[in-house]
Write a protein that binds this ligand. Sequence first.
Ligand code: HEM
Length: 144
Amino acid sequence: MSTRHDSITEATIRCLIDAFYARVRNDPALGPVFANAIADAAWPGHLQKMYAFWSSVMLTSGHYKGNPVAVHHHVAGIAPPLFGNWLDLFEEVATEIFVPDISNRFLQATRRIAESLKLALFFRPDQPWPDDLRQRPGGSASCA
Ligand code: HEM
């Protein structure tokens, strides 16, 4: 069994991203959505973007320049329930690659970004909340 990484560096981010998207491409729900949006020849470019994105998020490197909300608006087949699949897979891979302290930092960041992406893409103030958004994990707050 290989040792889990205990630091966040450009190299360990690449390791995470390569493993994550290899699994995404094989996933029955997510694979077809990505295959439809990213041709085989375009994958190296997508991975480069994702290294830059995660380097900016976790190392505040500023490498990523882009607009994820605008890009996801054009992804055919993206839907709220798929975010659950995406997060489950990300958690699976992050916990295999990193020690818990580090994988937890990635997971906190991903959950936060996934939530705001989902809201930006799907929440419409004039429409009822989709079931997937209404059923938030962690129970409900109360101020009795
Ligand atoms: C259901 C969940 C998701 C699906 C199906 C999805 C799918 C995709 C696809 C197909 C692309 C490439 C689009 C293109 O180049 O035309 C993309 C780009 C990207 N995704 Fe996602 N995504 C999901 C969730 C997420 C989440 C949760 C994050 C961040 C935590 C994320 C971050 C990004 C970024 C940074 C890009 C690159 C944007 C750019 O071109 O600048 N995605 N996504």
